[in-house]
Design a protein around this ligand. Sequence first.
Ligand code: ARG
Length: 271
Amino acid sequence: MKRLRFLLTFFLTAIVAVSIVTACNPNSTTSGSGSNSSSKSLTMATSADYPPFEFVSTAGGNQEIIGFDVDIAKAITEKLGYSLQIQNIDFNALLSSLQSKRADFVMAGMTPTEERKKNVDFSEIYYEAKNTIVAKKGSNLIAVAGLKGKNVGVQLGSIQEELAKKIQGLTPVSLNRISELVQELKTGRIDAVIMEDTVAKGFTASNPDLEFNVIPNEGVAGSAIAFPKGSALPPEFNPVLKEMIESGKIEELVVKWFGDNSPAAAQKPAT
Ligand code: ARG
């Protein structure tokens, strides 16, 4: 009898121990519908210099990365039962963070170009964009032809950098962050910046000495989610993203973040 009780206690303890270990294992692959969210975590890498897509908000005293892309990422990961970590790194280092598996996906207003597709996989495009020239008001730098002989700022590693390199006769100045480009433009060290329309809209609204003019797009434009090549995530993410596009949820976020009353419009220029 004593022996039986001993065995029973032993087995019960073993079962409890095994369940505790399983519940705590962060790599636990139990897939599920949200009930298991604490055990599955994904890391998104972004370059939070791009309001209203992603930027650092200091509202309320603490720093938080918020924006259109962040809301989409939160909605998708929540639906799939993952918790979300966000890493802020330079735009130019985003793709290598996927290749080295330091991040599970990238959302950074990133355009799915053929060149990038050689190294990473993309979702479908969830938001379209146009390129613009941002320059001092009255400088008359409103079209590509006018950029001849000028110093033109672009973000390092962006499609705008590729574009600037292709335009004959200008000197591209590549910097890490969009806010640095805006500063250089205001002090006159560069003459113009090529950046996307929604971002240009915000920066020119908060810097009334600047204006922007849309230029014709070359090649693919817009934003998509990037994953490491061969990642298991796209088959999970893509249907949720598609549903968000079709149900009007993305449109709702467009109004929230790109509308005139957006939190980014109220935000002081990011520095
Ligand atoms: N769409 C452009 C690209 O993919 C620029 C994106 C810049 N994004 C950022 N978070 N700074 O190259």
